[in-house]
Design a protein around this ligand. Structure first.
Ligand code: PLZ
Length: 443
């Protein structure tokens, strides 16, 4: 057990971390960079302990993964038992119950009461790729529509769907074809103003698909119901239901990428649940398995079961240890009402960020749902010029004070909060105190 308390024994990063970092620089490709080079020794709930004995408050959850907390006893027990039983057979060679049970859980908990089927993979990007494969196979159409500010992964196909050039796409092309991008319903920056965002975005997007691609050529529209890496952009109420309905009316599949927003993160099991949107296919990963690599696509049975035997799979997809962890995570979320906890976290974070927003004109907007909250920073509220340098400076100042924070946004000016759902109120508030100090020190 790690005491849930911030402890700073050395400067951040400390000498042992610095030494490890020298080894990293000499051994790991420059392509893989680290935001905060403290080398982690152990972690539990709201705390990460580094090799120098510092205890940092975790506002990142390894990018929205450890929602049930590091050091979660249910996960430890389930993983240890599964490792002792067997670690791998390959589900396509000789199957096992844990895989089936995770699929049953996903079919049951994802939106919609219709018959569903699931397939499991390893990473979010791999699952997104498979959702695209299934959509093209089922519809017999090629075009896939993604959005400005979208993030769907780093593989070649998903990079074609990901919006941001640096660092993801730069010089890594050419990218897969038949991927199209349309504007996102981004209330804070909608040209016609926030009030008109929903209606204007909907007609702009559907007109563009009609004119530039053709509904009859469009296999699927894929959207993050709350955009993650792109800046925690929450579309205006009504936008997702209208878009999903339009897709249905035109035999286009509506795919929700809930890799980041899913599994209680947004204050409900899935972010689409807030507006009762039922996707044809939902993509899940990250929070599903408490840190073990696992992802899935869950879709209408009639879609998922058109795929020929052997058409989907992979050596490790639905690995038994990852599945055991997923079952323990889901059990924890249910037993401990982590969706409810995410809503409590939202209230605390939005309260504290509201105070910052009153104090500093640079806080352009506070937005998000559950334990997926962000503030967008601007030079001033009139021009809304993105304040990327300030965002980076505050992030660094938080790190130095023992708070693990993350930024995001296509323009690099969004500060995001993704604490484990098991973090204590005290650590949340202490983290927000640190943020306030870091803000003041960075202006
Ligand atoms: N879809 C919505 O958020 C992963 C990326 C971190 P993988 N987001 C974190 C980085 O810089 O690589 C993500 C996501 C959404 C898909 C993915 C991809 O998931 O498990 O990283 O492949």
């Amino acid at each position: 057990m790690i005491e849930q308390r911030r402890v700073l024994k050395t400067a951040i990063p400390g000498p042992k971390s610095q030494e490890l970092h020298q080894r990293k620089l000499a051994s790991v490709s420059t392509g893989v960079s680290t935001g905060l080079p403290i080398y982690v020794e152990s972690g539990q709930d709201g705390i990460l302990r580094d090799v120098d004995g510092n205890q940092l408050i975790d506002f990142g959850s390894g990018i929205a993964v450890t929602s049930v907390g590091n050091g979660n006893q249910r996960i430890i027990d389930a993983v240890q038992k599964q490792i002792a039983d067997f670690t791998h057979t390959c589900f396509m060679v000789t199957p096992y119950e844990e895989y089936v049970e995770v699929c049953e859980e996903l079919n049951k908990r994802t939106p919609g009461s219709h018959e569903k089927r699931t397939a499991l993979f390893n990473s979010g990007a791999e699952a997104v790729e498979n959702a695209v494969k299934v959509a093209r196979h089922y519809t017999g159409k090629d075009a896939i529509v993604a959005f400005d500010h979208a993030y769907h992964g780093r593989t070649n196909l998903t990079l074609a769907m990901t919006a941001k050039n640096m660092p993801y796409k730069h010089k890594f092309g050419p990218f897969a074809s038949e991927l199209y991008r349309v504007p996102m319903a981004y209330p804070y920056r909608w040209p016609g103003g926030e009030k008109h965002c929903e209606a204007e975005a909907f007609s702009y997007i559907t007109d563009q698909i009609h004119a530039q691609i053709g509904e009859e050529n469009t296999a699927a529209v894929i959207i993050e119901p709350i955009q993650g890496e792109g800046g925690f952009i929450v579309p205006p109420p009504g936008f997702l239901p209208a878009l999903a309905q339009w897709c249905r009316d035109h035999d286009i599949l509506f795919i929700a990428d809930e890799v980041q927003s899913g599994f209680c993160r947004s204050g409900d099991w899935f972010a689409v649940d807030h507006e009762e949107v039922v996707p044809d296919i939902i993509v899940t990963a990250k929070g599903i398995a408490g840190g073990m690599p696992l992802s899935g696509i869950t879709g209408r049975a009639d879609i998922m079961d058109t795929i020929h035997g052997g058409g989907l799979g992979g050596t490790y997809g639905g690995n038994p240890v990852a599945c055991a962890a997923a079952l323990a995570s889901i059990e924890t979320m249910e037993a401990d009402d982590l969706a409810g906890r995410a809503r409590e976290i939202e209230a605390i974070l939005k309260g504290r960020l509201g105070e910052l927003s009153e104090k500093y004109e640079q806080v352009g907007e506070v937005r998000g749902r559950g334990a997926m909250i962000a503030m967008e920073l601007v030079e001033d509220r009139v021009t809304k010029a993105p304040a990327a340098a300030l965002t980076g400076a505050i992030n660094k100042a938080c790190h130095e004070r023992g708070l693990v924070t993350l930024t995001c946004g296509t323009l690099g000016n969004v500060f995001r909060f993704l604490p484990p759902l098991t973090i204590s109120d005290d650590l949340l508030n202490e983290g927000m105190d640190i943020l306030g100090e870091a803000f003041a020190a960075s202006l």
